[in-house]
Design a protein around this ligand. Structure first.
Ligand code: HMG
Length: 417
């Protein structure tokens, strides 16, 4: 049983039209392919053209959510977009989405920005808005939408991607009922990854960012564990993470989820012993940790491996993967989620997968969206990379999708198929 009747009722996604197989990037840059496939765990990376900006991706995902869930838009009392690739310093992505999709005017409409954590901050705020009674019977739509772009020939280049996940949040959590009140937050002021106003690509201290993420996952998982033990969701004394059916971590690149999971387990063991593990204990934990990663975490990596980093959306592509891979058998089971946003803020929380979750998620038609994508070669990728932010390719939107068309009279314009 979850600790609340609030959570994700349905979801829908948007993906860019094109992707680059990661071996093609390795060839283009003269890098050993295994460094990217094995070292980072990468497989394919979504490559958006400037027509597929965060507004177009978010609006496309919301439009699909309305179509597949049958939701009456008049019931939406809150629309929140978590993004770190907004298109305007004042006007939120959420306002564009409201207008493009035709959501009610009598609603709270806003963006949440905190690097990759923004989607989670929006989801938890929306869920608590409903649980508090302030929603007065209305529902919320939360969108995590981002374009993850790094400079050409930088260490971050193989970790790009783009996409959006739109979630209907309500008192009918058919996908995931949240354990509201059972979460661990951890935040510090660090410069691990940042993007000063006006810059298209972030500045990154890559190896330091991995350490910041690991410090955060240790702190956040401790907070979640303490509350989960107090509320009786996990048994005290036994490793808490092992009592979850599955875990999804923020995925900047797939190997990071492995590092995170091993770190959570080691933190739990060392906290219990009150000292660092010795060499024998470390060797035993290496083997047990690897097996538990395969069982508990690998199912969350299906879509992140096909799309790449999607910043705010990465964790929610991970959750979607868990539900797809788990099928009906995952219904009724508790899963853990860890969200990390550089800068940094993070949170670990949990929830119970709904009995019909895999059926509901199947309505998002993700296999068809993946199958419709076009692979790029190195040359095609370079051509898209060279386009200016205001220079979308001159092509029609895909069915049901929105596209940025350019700036007219200082205003961004969008088209829908
Ligand atoms: P790098 O320095 O080029 O790579 O960039 P490396 O030398 O560290 O190698 C990476 C891994 O490949 C290593 O494995 C190597 O051993 C292995 P590890 O030691 O980590 O297990 N390797 C090989 N394996 C097999 N065959 C080979 C081979 N060669 C090497 N031939 C880095 C890596 C992640 C730093 C870079 O991609 C980067 O800067 N990425 C962007 C930053 C990032 O993703 N940080 C993650 C944590 S911060 C975060 O998640 C937040 C974020 O999403 C933003 C937000 O919040 O908004 C980024």
């Amino acid at each position: 049983m979850s600790l609340s009747d609030v959570g994700i009722e349905a979801l829908a996604v948007a993906l860019p039209r094109r992707y680059l197989p990661i071996e093609a990037l390795a060839r283009l840059r003269g890098v050993e392919p295994a460094k990217l496939t094995v070292g980072l765990g990468a497989r394919e990376m979504a490559v958006p053209d400037p027509g597929e900006d965060s507004v177009a991706l978010a609006a496309t995902a919301v439009q699909r959510l309305l179509a597949t869930s049958g939701l009456d838009p008049a019931r939406v009392g809150l629309l929140a977009v978590g993004t770190e690739s907004g298109v305007d310093s004042a006007k939120p992505v959420a306002s564009f989405v409201q207008g493009l999709v035709g959501l009610p005017r009598e609603a709270r409409v806003f963006d949440v920005q905190h690097a990759c954590y923004g989607g989670t901050a929006a989801l938890l705020a929306a869920s608590e808005w409903i649980a508090s009674g302030a929603a007065d019977g209305r529902v919320a739509i939360v969108v995590a939408a981002d374009v993850a772009r790094y400079g050409a020939r930088t260490a971050g280049e193989p970790t790009q991607g783009a996409g959006a996940v739109a979630m209907l949040v309500s008192e009918r959590p058919e996908v995931l009922a949240l354990d509201l009140g059972v979460s661990g937050a951890f935040a510090t002021d660090v410069h691990d990854f940042w993007r000063p106003v006006g810059r298209r690509e972030p500045l990154v201290d890559g190896h330091y960012s991995i350490q910041c993420y690991l410090d955060a996952v240790a702190g956040a998982s401790r907070g979640w564990r303490a509350r989960a033990e107090r509320r009786g969701l996990v048994t005290k004394g036994a490793p808490a993470s092992a009592q979850l059916a599955r875990l999804a971590y923020h995925v900047p690149f797939c190997k990071m989820a492995r590092k995170a999971h091993l770190h959570v387990r080691r933190t739990e063991l060392e906290d219990r012993l009150g000292r660092p593990l010795d060499a024998d204990e470390l060797a035993a934990e290496d083997a047990a940790g690897a097996a538990s990663f395969e069982r508990q975490v690998v199912p969350s990596l299906e879509l992140p491996a096909r799309i790449g980093n999607t910043y705010t959306a990465a964790l929610y592509f991970g959750l979607t993967s868990l539900v797809r891979q788990g099928g009906p058998a995952l219904g009724g089971q508790r899963v853990g989620l860890f969200s990390y946003g550089s800068g940094c803020a993070s949170e670990m929380y949990s929830g119970v997968v709904g009995a019909r979750a895999s059926e509901v998620v199947a309505r998002a038609g993700i296999d068809d969206l993946l199958a419709a994508r076009e692979p790029l070669d190195g040359e095609g990728y370079e051509r898209i990379l060279a386009l200016g932010a205001g220079e979308p390719l001159d092509e029609a939107p895909a069915p049901g999708a929105f596209r940025f068309r350019g700036v007219v009279d200082d205003k961004r314009t969008y088209a829908r198929a």
